[in-house]
Design a protein around this ligand. Structure first.
Ligand code: G3H
Ligand code: 13P
Ligand code: ZN
Length: 309
């Protein structure tokens, strides 16, 4: 297999009523945990890099570690820029060898979003790279984007249709009630399936993306808190809602927070249970194992992407 675009992954996912997991990566242990899980379960995967992750780990390190993971596991991997804030970062990632970029111009007006997305699409498509765009605003904190609850607004299905026609973007992130981070819902978790259904009725088979889709495992939160953490009231999207979203046309489900919490719980436990240990391979090894278990669970019980290679 190889480093691929998301095109074929999404076509198969849309037909099969399942979704591809898009996991944020920052370091070697995260990459290994995710890709080992995918190899065991025969699942394609999207490894996504935010601009701050790119800065943290250095583009060359990340890309070469991803290539090593691909050689080691043989699974199809798409390398995706998450929440590209401007043309320049998208261009840099296309030039570096990413197979997919997201231009997130959702904070701008509709016309400005169309214009910037179109510009990125033109550049990326000429080089065989696919583009994700975003319409509507998610509540919560995104990379370089702060959106308060009050400003959050759901995607308008007619606008989504017009946006895709005018920009030629290959997939679209829509706002139907999710948000980034560990504190998503104050009341019952809810998604606006009515909006999702209108979007997919207007664009049958078109790949829809769900950001802010971590479920915030209460078990992992409790483990963090037991071992000295402080995450009161952390709450995510129910897994059954995500499974339903996959059946309703969502082809890409983004998760970052879940990995962060699983790793933190594992490392906290390791530190408390083994106070005399100071070998990074011990606590980072536990964290890598936690990522692998989490991703296996997501593939089987949420995404349904196992045995889809
Ligand atoms: O949606 C944002 C992702 O969780 C990336 O976050 O910018 O802290 O890497 P980050
Ligand atoms: P979470 O914060 O819910 O993991 O969302 C991640 C995401 O959407 C990355 O783009
Ligand atoms: Zn996101």
């Amino acid at each position: 297999m190889s480093i691929v675009t998301t095109k074929e992954m999404f076509e198969k996912a849309a037909k099969g009523g399942y979704a591809i997991g898009a996991f944020n990566i920052n370091n070697m242990e995260i990459i290994q945990g995710i890709t080992e899980a995918c190899k065991e379960l025969n699942s394609p995967v999207i490894l996504q890099v935010s601009s701050s992750a790119r800065k943290y780990a250095h583009p060359k390190y990340l890309l070469n570690m991803i290539k090593a993971a691909e050689e080691e596991t043989g699974i199809p991997i798409a390398i995706h820029l998450d929440h590209g804030a401007d043309f320049e970062i998208c261009k840099a990632c296309v030039d570096d060898g990413f197979t997919s970029v997201m231009i997130d111009a959702s904070k701008y007006s509709f016309e400005e979003n169309v214009e910037l997305t179109r510009r990125v699409v033109d550049y990326a498509h000429e080089r065989g790279v696919v583009v994700e765009a975003e319409l509507g605003k998610l509540a919560g904190v995104e990379d370089d984007v702060n959106v308060s609850d009050a400003d959050s607004c759901y995607t308008d299905p007619d606008q989504a249709h017009e946006f895709v026609e005018r920009t030629g973007c290959d997939s679209l992130a829509i706002a139907i009630g999710t948000s980034h981070g560990a504190y998503k819902f104050k009341g019952e978790p809810k998604l606006r399936f009515d909006i999702l259904d209108k979007v997919t009725a207007l664009m049958p088979g078109y790949p829809i993306v769900l950001h802010g889709a971590s479920s915030v495992s209460q078990e992992d939160v409790a483990k963090c808190n037991k071992y000295g953490g402080d995450l009161p009231g952390a709450r995510g999207v129910t897994e059954s809602l995500l499974r339903e979203a996959a059946r309703h046309g969502v082809c890409k489900i983004n998760m970052d927070t879940d990995i962060r919490i699983a790793m933190t719980a594992a490392i906290r436990e390791e530190f408390v249970e083994n106070p005399s240990s100071f070998d990074p391979r011990k606590y980072l090894g536990s964290a890598r194992e936690a990522v692998k278990e989490l991703v296996k669970h997501k593939i089987i019980d949420v995404l349904g992407s196992d045995n889809k290679i």
